[in-house]
Design a protein around this ligand. Structure first.
Ligand code: BTN
Length: 258
């Protein structure tokens, strides 16, 4: 039998066990392979409280229609279906859950680049995609676990737990993610904001943002769990919503056009 099939065969039982002590995550579905865990029929038909993961995700999606590279069997890909709530709160939940799961594997703190990228030494370790679907929302989280290298177009911007020195097993990272997600879903806004600020890579810096109304530049002040990132611009303070805003320039480096 294919060794991948043997290893995958143990996943569902491990994940069911991990689900046992949790509150918000009530059911886990492990798929052998899917294009995107966000779009799998198992996710689209799922009630709130369901986490769908894949042994292999071949066409993951990122924010604003970007690609999330096929990580083969080297990454964690999970989508959690939750009751719809404030998009800013969901962005904080995704950010804290991904960061805590990475920290558990690394045994060291990580940074968060608003709204919810996990960053270490200027490279992205994990990403979060939040999509609203009627009365539900789907929090999609991808974590780079055991890659030793990335394609040339990503190599200067991406990293993995293994490249950072952690000997992490994918299923353990996934179980840690389930625990951190469960905690974050139950956390108060105050504690989510505190967890975000403790890791915030943008706070106190100047940054340029792409927004639907055009570019916005200013100093990042804080995060508001209802209204988004608080930025002091030349014309006063503005709130930037996580769903529609992306960072275009940060730390003097242009990361995308505005
Ligand atoms: C980003 O950084 O832009 C977000 C990346 C989100 C990737 C995860 S992997 C699991 C889930 N399925 C997807 O297709 N995307 C998310």
């Amino acid at each position: 039998m294919n060794p991948h099939a043997v290893a995958f065969a143990g996943w569902q039982a491990r994940l069911d066990d991990a689900c046992g002590g949790l509150h918000a995550i009530r059911r886990v579905v492990a798929l052998a392979e899917t294009a995107s865990t966000q779009d799998a029929p198992e996710t689209r038909a799922a009630p709130a409280g369901t986490l769908v993961t894949a042994w292999r995700q071949t066409a993951g999606r990122g924010r604003f229609g970007r690609n999330w590279a096929d990580t083969g069997t080297e990454g964690v890909a999970a989508s959690f279906v939750v009751e719809a709530q404030s998009g800013e709160r969901l962005a904080l939940i995704g950010a804290i859950a991904a960061a805590e799961a990475c920290e558990a594997a690394l045994g060291a703190p990580v940074g968060i680049k608003w709204p919810n990228d996990t960053f270490v030494s200027g490279r992205k370790l994990a990403g979060v995609l939040i999509e609203r679907r009627g009365d539900l929302a789907v929090i999609g989280i991808g974590i780079n676990v055991s890659q030793q290298e990335f394609p040339p177009e990503l190599s200067s911007r991406a990293t993995s737990l293994a490249m950072l020195g952690a000997h992490a097993d994918r299923i353990e990272v996934l179980c840690a993610l389930m625990r951190s997600l469960d905690r974050a879903l139950a956390a108060t806004d105050e504690s989510l904001v505190a967890g975000f600020h403790a890791r915030d890579a943008l706070r106190g810096t100047r940054a340029l943002f792409a927004t639907p109304e055009g570019p916005v530049e200013g100093e990042v002040r804080s995060i508001d769990p209802m209204h988004g990132l608080v930025v002091r611009t030349e014309t006063g303070e503005r709130f930037l919503p996580a769903q529609s805003t992306s960072v275009a320039e940060w730390g003097g480096i242009r990361v995308r056009a505005v």
